[in-house]
Design a protein around this ligand. Structure first.
Ligand code: PMP
Length: 363
């Protein structure tokens, strides 16, 4: 007998995750490079202290105050508004999406997405016993809508996972594509993963606007990226209240700790400050795209806080060369490409200098 007695399909697999290395310039997991201000830290600390005095009790299982605050926040992105009953939250949007598959996919059902895309999606499918089907994207990483419709027709997926902007390419989805695919996938859920939604270009609307017309649409968000709160682990979604009720059946009791709820609520009180760097990060992204193109690299159009660039004959050598110079990026996406997160102007300069040196050596 092999030990440990893992499920057959898990044997020999590595846990998911980017290398966590102590490197001066961390541009590998799409975090916001700016930490919270002293005022925000003080408010979070006060809120946690208050929560600590009642930690002998289980937290509010329905996280009512947090759902209200998240609904208020999301309502800014849609003229139709979002009600607390439409909101669900969990420990990161990864957990939100896992819960979605636990409730709405599973054995005998299919989850569908289009590669290259977020590499956790097949893991949600594997972990929930869901059949994973993956289609392709166009050369420029946009969706091939005819191909998408054909796969939906063929597999009748219980859940379609569509990030907008997509990770690792940064590609945003046009509204009419989302609306059309919601109709095509009407038997199941269409999840638009807006983890990087706040970084989208001006004029690109959020899929939240489409919720009233499509009861099978789910829009997921996270506080990990634009909101600069990756360490707190808070992700959430907006959808038809009936869909949120379905998730309640599979969620573990008290899954959101009192501390998590207190931190997230405090952070939402500092929304303006925490999101204050989003415009700068967008400008920094566009400048980085321009610089990479000037250097002769191929760069995918990005609506996110990261950029996919290439193509390198030996991308691992480039990744290693950058690491040797104190800069960590992500070795992900199609062969030959690398993904770099948008950092502070100083971090970007260090990255650019390091990349110039490395490409001279490796190219
Ligand atoms: N969706 C996408 C597209 C992501 O890139 C990430 C994080 N890398 C997540 C969801 C999950 O983020 P979190 O669990 O921190 O909310």
């Amino acid at each position: 007998m092999t030990w440990p007695p893992l499920r057959d399909e898990l044997r020999g697999l590595e846990p998911y995750g980017a290398p966590q290395l102590d490197v001066p310039v961390q541009l590998n997991v799409n975090e916001n490079p700016y930490g919270p201000s002293p005022e925000c830290v003080a408010d979070i600390a006060r809120s946690v202290a208050e929560a600590a005095s009642t930690l002998n009790r289980y937290p509010d299982r329905e996280f009512v105050a947090l759902r209200e605050a998240l609904a208020r926040y999301l309502s800014k992105d849609t003229p139709h508004g979002i009600t607390p009953a439409q909101v669900w939250a969990a420990n990161g949007s990864n957990e939100v999406m896992l819960q979605l598959l636990q409730a709405y996919a599973g054995p005998g059902r299919v989850a569908l997405s289009f590669a290259p895309t977020y590499s956790m999606y097949p893991e949600y499918a594997r972990d929930t016993g869901t059949q994973w089907v993956v289609g392709h994207r166009e050369e420029d990483f946009s969706l091939d809508l005819d191909h998408a419709r054909a796969l939906i027709e063929e597999h009748r997926p219980a859940v379609v996972l569509l990030p907008s902007p997509n990770n690792p390419t940064g590609t945003a989805l046009p509204h009419d594509a989302i609306a059309g695919l919601c109709e095509a996938a009407a038997d199941g859920l269409l999840v638009v993963d807006e983890a990087y939604g706040e970084f989208r270009r001006a004029g690109v609307p959020s899929a939240l606007e489409l919720l009233p017309e499509h009861r099978n649409l789910v829009v997921t968000r996270t506080m990990s990226k634009a909101f600069a709160l990756a360490g707190a682990r808070l992700g959430y979604l907006a959808a038809d209240p009936a869909l949120c009720d379905g998730i309640r059946v599979v969620r573990l009791p008290y899954h959101l700790s009192a501390v998590t709820q207190a931190v997230a609520l405090a952070a939402l009180r500092h929304e303006r400050e925490l999101l204050g760097k989003v415009d700068e990060l967008r400008d920094e992204r566009d400048a980085l795209v321009g610089w990479l193109r000037e250097q002769g690299h191929e760069v995918a159009e990005s609506d996110a806080n990261f950029v996919l660039f290439g193509r390198f004959r030996d991308r691992h050598a480039v990744w290693q060369g950058l690491l040797d110079r104190g800069v960590i990026v992500r070795e992900t996406g199609p062969d030959g490409w690398l993904r770099v997160s948008v950092g502070t102007p100083d971090e970007t300069k260090t990255f650019e200098l390091a990349l110039s040196q490395v490409t001279e050596e490796v190219a």
